[in-house]
Ligand binder design. Structure first.
Ligand code: GUN
Ligand code: ZN
Length: 444
């Protein structure tokens, strides 16, 4: 199968599935668009037409390439709302809860990202691994080093990927070689914003790691950046682990509670992504929803680090629902796959006595995450004028999936099988800006 050439028209054929609204049940037929024999016309990385294959193929010019993915399912590429690029070599680190895991494994690994060569090597692997797992957009943390963010933006630019990323700001409670200062974190973030934000498909996120590793002076600087660049995303961690919450309250005794720290420094709002948000008080949940802030559900990480059970339905069913995103949180998270993430997510929600229906799970990792990142006009749906980021899903990718698939009758059942047994083997192809990219080597 060859990749489309820039400027050329490509017609992709397969079963199309794209969500319109958040599905309320497995039978919520009005929540999605589905085309059994669908066609997607792609030109210059954009979706030019969507519909029935026969209709879309009418009038396409000579020389248009047709790529037939039948009987696979074609959806918008998956979106991962929180992952750490410098933690590829931290996944599978044994036996610690959050603060020890950071000190013993994560901080030593991140220290090496002062080396531009190392940063470039891992950044390329990071994006290629995400693409191989069907993820075409990520909101990513880099290390404290400016070169690590340079490396990730360069790698994303080469792959024409839409990403959000930022250099972590951290000036205390971290080892030598992994701390900046309030001023240097401001200067480096600003230089990165000026160089990368808005270039191609790239967005910068102001990234104070979490309250524990920033002094109040640094939080002021993060707030200053946020008021100078109000369109930017902000990403940080919130209320993940009890020891973390206690230490935060000790370090910021005047802020009332953990979310209050971020409010104090003007870091809450509709572009703010709060990783974990597990142990929120009612006041914090209210304040988050009133500010439009996003709570990021990271089930594989929350289970792996023993952090707790994110109460998805409690947050969703509040009088004013919280905005929710889903994410891997690699390398606290244990898999790059959003299918594996939602499988674990389903189990976490079940432990809270609730259910997440399969349509809602796939809405979450496509249109739901696009909305949480305020990217719903660009990605997250198969729609004319949207960017052509796609995932092609094979529900019979393994012998075990194939046997189970024999008894499947509905789309919701097929999705639930993909989520429960699927991983990167179920990704038949990933398209980034209209180009087939799974397993493709990208030259720097
Ligand atoms: N809190 C602060 N930094 C991190 C991190 O790298 N991973 C997780 N899971 N939580 C954090
Ligand atoms: Zn994280």
């Amino acid at each position: 199968m060859s990749s489309p050439v820039a400027g050329k028209t490509t017609l992709i054929r397969g079963r199309l599935l794209s969500f319109i609204t958040e599905p309320e049940s497995p039978d919520d037929r009005a929540s999605y668009y589905y085309e059994e024999d669908g066609g997607l016309l792609i030109r210059d990385g954009m979706i030019e037409a969507v519909g029935d294959f026969a209709q879309v193929s009418l009038g396409i010019g000579e020389g248009a390439e047709v790529i037939d993915h039948r009987p696979h399912l074609i959806m918008p590429g998956f979106i991962d709302a929180h992952a750490h690029m410098p933690q590829m070599q931290v996944i599978a680190s044994y036996g610690a809860e959050l603060l020890d895991w950071l000190n013993n494994y994560t901080f030593p690994a991140e220290t090496e990202f002062s080396d531009a060569e190392h940063a470039r090597r891992i950044a390329g692997h990071f994006l290629d691994t995400l693409i191989a797992h069907g993820t075409t957009t990520v909101a990513a943390y880099c290390s404290v080093h400016r070169v690590s963010a340079e490396a990730l933006f360069e790698a994303a630019m080469l792959r024409e990927m839409r990403i959000v990323a930022g250099k972590v700001m951290m000036d205390r409670n971290a080892p030598d070689g992994l701390r900046d200062t309030p001023q240097s974190s401001y200067d480096d973030s600003r230089a990165l914003i000026e160089r990368w934000h808005g270039r191609g498909r790239l967005s910068y996120a102001i990234t104070p790691r979490f309250a524990i590793t920033s002094t109040p002076e640094q939080m002021e600087m993060a707030g200053a950046l946020a008021s100078e660049f109000p369109e930017l995303h902000i990403q940080t961690h919130l209320s993940e682990n009890h020891a973390e919450i206690d230490l935060t309250n000790e370090l910021y005794p005047d802020c009332g509670d953990y979310f209050g720290v971020y409010e104090r420094y003007s870091l809450a709002g509709p572009k703010s992504l709060f990783g974990h948000s597990i142990h929120l008080s009612e006041r914090e949940a209210d304040a988050m929803s009133n500010s439009g802030s996003v709570a990021v559900f990271c089930p594989t990480s929350n289970l792996f680090l023993g952090s707790g059970l994110f109460d998805y339905q409690r947050y969703r069913k509040r009088p004013k629902p919280l905005r929710i995103a889903a994410a891997t949180d690699v390398g606290g998270g244990t898999n790059y796959s959003m299918l594996r993430t939602m499988d674990e997510g389903y189990k976490v929600i079940a432990l809270n006595g609730e259910k997440l229906n399969p349509l809602a799970a796939f809405w979450q990792i496509t249109l739901g995450n696009a909305k949480a990142l305020s990217f719903e006009r660009q990605i997250g749906a198969l729609q004319e004028g949207h960017e052509a980021d796609l995932v092609v899903l094979d529900a019979r990718a393994t012998p075990a999936m194939s046997i189970r698939a024999e008894r499947i009758e509905t789309l919701a059942e097929e999705l639930f099988l993909l989520q429960t047994l699927g991983d990167d083997r179920a990704i038949a192809e990933s398209y980034v800006a209209g180009k087939a990219m799974k397993g493709k080597a990208v030259q720097a």
